[in-house]
Every structure is written in structure tokens, then in C-alpha cells.
Design a protein. Sequence first.
Length: 75
Amino acid sequence: MKSSKFYQFSKRKKVRINKEKCIGCGNCTFIYPEMFYLDEDGKSAVKKVEKINEQKLTAAKNSCPVEAIEIEDQF
Ligand code: SF4
């Protein structure tokens, strides 16, 4: 399955886009442009950010119509 690699933001949090699912609607890039952008393939990709804005990340994830934003929390 084609997915962008996980971006590790802290010891326990990783975010990635499932490229198979992403339809390039741009919702996530609109809500959280500091983290998400549309890549050359027309699908979302993740940028490194200094500090995650949890509220925006959650809003972006919830805005995705195809649940392509995957967040991994390791405790
Ligand atoms: S909201 Fe979902 S489908 Fe739309 S660009 Fe972002 S990851 Fe892709």
C-alpha cells in the first residue's frame, strides 16, 4: 500500500497520509496548512512542525472525508 512515511513529531506521536485513500480535497491543508500541503501527486502530505497544534490536527483529521489521516500515539 502506498502511504507517505510516518513523520515522528515526538517520542510518541506520528502522523501520516494514506495516499491510497486521499482524494486531494484539500480540507486538511485548509484547516492546518502548517502541517499539511498538497504534494505533486495532488494528494496531501505532512510537513514537519516544531510543535503540534492538537486542536488543528484533530480538526483536520475529522475533516477528512475518507479518513486518510492516520495518527499513531504510542504510550
Ligand atoms: S482531507 Fe483527507 S482526502 Fe482531503 S486532502 Fe486531506 S488527507 Fe486528502
